[in-house]
Design a protein around this ligand. Structure first.
Ligand SMILES: [Zn+2]
Length: 150
């Protein structure tokens, strides 16, 4: 691989990549990064870039939902159909309350299923390192759905 700036050779290394959004620092740990041995320019694996975009978008998007979410909003958050949300409810896999005939969800609880309780960078770290061992099947399915949409 050649550096697109100086045509120097790029060496593949594993390192932590720091980025910021909304004043918070997000660290993706152990990413494969190509570093130019001549000018120091860095390049990332396309899959890693997608994963980083997904998490940063997801982290921003989750702030836009109301504190109490309905089925359609939860489906949108996970990018699944409403029916999938109902199936998950029936299987007891979603924290929810029934108000009259309608299901309602606490945003922070839904969010915590993906990001963990107040540990966003930690769950991002897990995913950035995804080698099939760090993620549950369900998480991996959700992420692959997101990525195939991009
Ligand atoms: Zn270079």
């Amino acid at each position: 691989m050649q550096c697109y700036i100086c045509s120097g050779s790029m060496a593949k290394v594993q390192k932590d990549v720091e980025t910021t959004w909304k004043g918070k620092t997000v660290i993706f740990k152990g990413l494969d990064v190509y570093v130019c041995t001549a000018c120091g320019e860095e390049a990332y694996e396309p899959d890693d870039v997608k994963a980083m975009q997904y998490f940063i978008e997801g982290a921003i998007k989750k702030d836009e939902y109301p504190e109490i979410m309905n089925v359609a909003e939860v489906a949108d958050f996970f990018r699944v159909s409403n029916q999938t949300v109902y199936n998950m409810l029936r299987a007891g896999k979603l924290p929810a309350v029934k108000v009259g005939r309608e299901w309602r969800f606490v945003r922070d609880e839904i969010k915590a299923m993906v990001f963990g309780q107040g540990q966003e960078s930690q769950s991002i770290e897990l995913v950035a390192r995804d080698n099939g061992a760090g993620l549950s099947k369900k998480d991996a399915d959700i992420i692959s759905k997101h990525l195939s949409d991009m």
